[in-house]
Design a protein around this ligand. Structure first.
Ligand SMILES: [Zn+2]
Length: 188
């Protein structure tokens, strides 16, 4: 065999399934050829995750399906390092959060990304099972408690209510919140 061309990732077809000449011009926003009836796409860097509900009769029903993409250069660098197989590198990069993806890119010597625990890393407010794994348990508990308090407060006490009008019980929450935040800040 001879590989004469690389298949396209996206193209348009008319009513009869004939491929239409089209070259993307993203400067003009979304556009497609006039006679287009079908848009066909096949992106190689997509990891598909499906949730099936298992039924009592032995069958299953798909209830959710999601796609995540991953950067080709990072996956290649991770696989070439022999730290991971290609499949493992895909699974990791497609599932990790933005700051973990960037710290991996930095770790594997790519031109993009930023170091773990650096300024940019701290500013990126994402989290996933990889960076969460490094957060000590006590800090997780504090963060969860703070989230609970904020949630509780936003439900029961709309922001327009002045502090003076609030029942005494909220003062306890304020105190607890202040204490937790103090501990959290001291540990940073
Ligand atoms: Zn992460």
């Amino acid at each position: 065999m001879k590989i004469t061309h690389i298949p396209q990732t996206l193209w348009y077809e008319d009513e009869n399934g004939n491929k239409l000449n089209w070259s993307p011009d993203f400067t003009k926003g979304y556009n497609h050829p006039k006679k287009a009836r079908y848009q066909v796409s096949q992106f190689p860097n997509v990891l598909r995750t499906t949730y099936l509900r298992l039924n009592d009769d032995g069958t299953s029903t798909e209830i959710f399906c999601g796609n995540a993409s991953y950067p080709q250069d990072l996956v290649l660098a991770m696989a070439n390092s022999k730290d991971f197989t290609l499949n493992e590198a895909i699974l990791i990069t497609a599932n990790c959060c933005e700051k973990c993806m960037n710290s991996l890119a930095h770790m594997y010597g790519l031109s993009w990304g930023y170091p773990e625990y650096g300024e940019e890393w701290k500013k990126t407010g994402t989290s996933c099972e990889y960076c969460e794994a490094e957060v000590p348990l006590w800090k997780k508990l504090i963060n969860r408690t703070l989230a609970f308090i904020n949630n509780f407060r936003s439900i029961h006490f709309p922001p327009k209510i002045k502090k003076a009008q609030l029942p005494i019980s909220l003062n306890r929450y304020e105190t607890l919140e202040g204490l937790l935040e103090g501990i959290n800040n001291a540990a940073k």
